[in-house]
Design a protein around this ligand. Structure first.
Ligand code: ADP
Ligand code: MG
Length: 201
C-alpha cells in the first residue's frame, strides 16, 4: 500500500490530465490524497493481517476521497477485505477471489458494465486473468502480474469507446479518443501490487 501511494503520487499529474480531458481534473489529486492519508494511518497503527490492511484502505478512501472514485475504490477494498477474512497470509486462489469480490463491489455500487469506459474496463479483465492464472497454478506474484497485464490492456481499450457512466458520460461522443482516468489508476495499482509481490529483480 505504501508502494501504491508512491505510484499514485508519481502519476498524480497524469491522472489529473486524463480526468481534465473527460471529467473535472481531480482524479490524480483524489487518489494521491487518499493514499497519502492511508500511509499516515498505517504509520499510526498498522493492522497485523492482510484483511485488516484492506479494511483500513477502504475506510480511509471512503472518508478522505470524495467524488465517484472514493466510494467505488472504498467498496472494492472493503469487499476484498471481507473475502480474505482474518487469514494471516494470502495464496494465489485467495488473491483471485479478493479481486473478484472487489469487482463485484464496484459493479454493485456503480452499475457499470464492460465497455462503459470506467475502472471496470480494467478490473474485469484483470479478474478474469487472475482467475485463469490461479487455475493454472501460478503463485501470488504470477496471479497479480496476469491481472496487471490484463488491466493495462483493458485500460487502453477505454480510449476507443464512449463513456456511459460517471462524469465523462456527459460528454457523449466527445469522450471517445481519451483514456479513462479510473481505468488507468486501476491498472497502476495492480501493476504496483504485482511488482511488490514479484520482489526485487
Ligand atoms: P469524479 O468523477 O467524481 O470527479 P474521480 O475523478 O476521482 O471522481 O473518478 C473518476 C473515475 O471514476 C472515472 O474515470 C471512472 O473510471 C470511475 N467511475 C465513475 N463512475 C463510475 C461507475 N458508475 N462505475 C465505475 N467506475 C466509475
Ligand atoms: Mg474527477
Amino acid at each position: 500500500m505504501r508502494a501504491a501511494a508512491k505510484t499514485l503520487d508519481d502519476h498524480r499529474d497524469e491522472l489529473n490530465r486524463l480526468d481534465r480531458e473527460i471529467g473535472d481534473g481531480d482524479h490524480g489529486e483524489n487518489m494521491s490524497r487518499g493514499f497519502a492519508a492511508l500511509v499516515v494511518a498505517l504509520e499510526r497503527d498498522a493492522p497485523d493481517s492482510p484483511g485488516g490492511v484492506l479494511k483500513l484502505v477502504a475506510t480511509t478512501l471512503i472518508s478522505k476521497v470524495g467524488g465517484a472514485a472514493g466510494p467505488l475504490y472504498g467498496t472494492a477494498f472493503l469487499r476484498a477485505a471481507t473475502a480474505v477474512k482474518d487469514l494471516g497470509e494470502l495464496d494465489a486462489d485467495l488473491v483471485a477471489r479478493a479481486l473478484r469480490a472487489a469487482l463485484d463491489g464496484v459493479v454493485a455500487r456503480g452499475k457499470a458494465e464492460r465497455g462503459d469506459k470506467t475502472m471496470v474496463d480494467a478490473l474485469l479483465p484483470a479478474v478474469e486473468a487472475a482467475e485463469a492464472a490461479a487455475g493454472q497454478g501460478e503463485d501470488v506474484a504470477g496471479v497479480l502480474r496476469a491481472a496487471a497485464d490484463a488491466a493495462a490492456e483493458g485500460a487502453d481499450s477505454t480510449v476507443l469507446v464512449l463513456a456511459r457512466k460517471g462524469r465523462a458520460s456527459y460528454l457523449g461522443e466527445r469522450s471517445v479518443g481519451h483514456l479513462d482516468p479510473g481505468a488507468r489508476s486501476t491498472a497502476l495499482l495492480l501493476r504496483t501490487f504485482a511488482d511488490v509481490a514479484s520482489g526485487p529483480r
